[in-house]
Ligand binder design. Structure first.
Ligand SMILES: [Zn+2]
Length: 341
């Protein structure tokens, strides 16, 4: 909109890791060896009917929807960053697009590849937002009823479901991020997890309830974590906390635990459907990056995308026990130790 996890030794390890990352990375690489290194990535089988090759582009009818399968426990979608405006789908009310959001998503994918040697799954809606608002129910009267738009909506969500099936089968857990751009006066990044402003305004004791865990798109993570919901949502190791440590203004986070009276998108259809609120092992976060980071020149967007990718990687490592840092074997950039055999 415009606007069981590994909780034993690995969990403890990553609590230590955040404070001493480079030392810890060397230790885990040398002491745990190949087998454990791989077990902290996605090594389970693909779904039985898996029909894709990683890093290849697959398109729906007329190239309206694109899916690039990845090999990380991360799924990224860009529903509002398209440019196609075909005559067969008349424009509806609403903004043309979330400026820069598709480019932001692709830059984060490539930075994660540079950091980890593998890519997340990426799903892109190439239609303009006012031709297919791919963050709404299909029956939304503003966007649908048009056969081509309905077909594209079906393809968009089918690709996300395919990506979720792969992450579920191969990784056992993971996280879906829906990329948007906001223009609110607060100039902050808004992380939406289906909790209302009034929920976030509760003090931690009142906030850490089973009811809010179940309401959130982080349900599976929060139900299986040693950390409280407040720590996961707005503590130093939350996604907001990690982004804030990179110098990004973001809500919820330690400095801005709730949006107060500021602008705040708390998560639309996509994260509510594809996060873990309704079940499953894949959590969801809507990332409403602000235009000051996204549409303030190419250098600013690139700098922000690098920080966001780094924060997403750390979030998956801290909270899900994955080991995603690429091991340089000396045999070439991107070579992962243990895969070269
Ligand atoms: Zn949007």
């Amino acid at each position: 909109m415009f606007s069981s996890f590994i909780l034993g030794l690995t969990g403890l390890f990553y609590v230590v890791w955040i404070a001493s990352s480079s030392f810890a990375e060397q230790r885990i690489g040398s002491e745990n060896g190949r087998r454990n290194l791989q077990s902290e990535r996605c090594i389970g089988p693909a779904p039985a009917d898996w029909k894709y090759e990683a890093n290849e582009s697959y398109f729906g009818e007329k190239n309206y929807i694109e899916y690039i399968p990845g090999q990380l426990p991360i799924i990224i979608s860009a529903p509002h960053g398209g440019t196609l405006a075909p005559d067969e789908i008349p424009p509806q009310e609403g903004a043309l697009r979330d400026g820069g959001s598709q480019d932001n998503a692709r830059q984060v994918v490539e930075e994660l590849f540079r950091l980890t040697g593998e890519r997340p799954h990426l799903i892109v809606n190439h239609l303009t937002r006012n031709r297919l608002n791919a963050n709404r129910t299909k029956t939304n009267e503003l966007s649908y009823g048009n056969p081509a738009a309905d077909r594209a909506w079906d393809e968009y969500h089918a690709f996300i479901e395919d990506a979720k099936a792969w992450v579920t089968s191969s990784c056992g857990r993971g996280h879906y991020f829906d990329f948007h751009t906001n223009g609110h006066a607060d100039k902050w990044v808004e992380l939406g997890i289906a909790l209302d402003r009034s929920d976030l305004q509760l003090a931690d004791d009142a906030f850490n309830t089973k009811a809010l865990v179940s309401k959130s798109t982080l349900r599976h993570l929060a139900q299986n974590s040693a950390l409280s919901l407040a720590e996961i949502v707005r503590g130093p190791r939350s996604l907001g906390g990690l982004l804030a440590a990179e110098g990004i203004k973001v809500v919820p986070s330690p400095a801005f635990p709730d949006p107060g009276k500021g602008g705040y998108f708390n998560g639309g259809y996509n994260v509510r459907r594809h996060g873990s609120t309704l079940g499953g092992v894949i959590d969801g976060t809507q990332i409403e990056s602000h235009g000051v980071y996204i549409n303030n020149g190419a250098e600013a967007r690139r700098d922000y995308s690098i920080k966001l990718a780094r924060s997403i990687k750390h979030f998956l490592e801290i909270h899900y026990g994955f080991r995603l840092t690429v091991e340089r074997s000396g045999k070439g950039e991107g070579m992962i130790e243990g895969q070269d055999q």
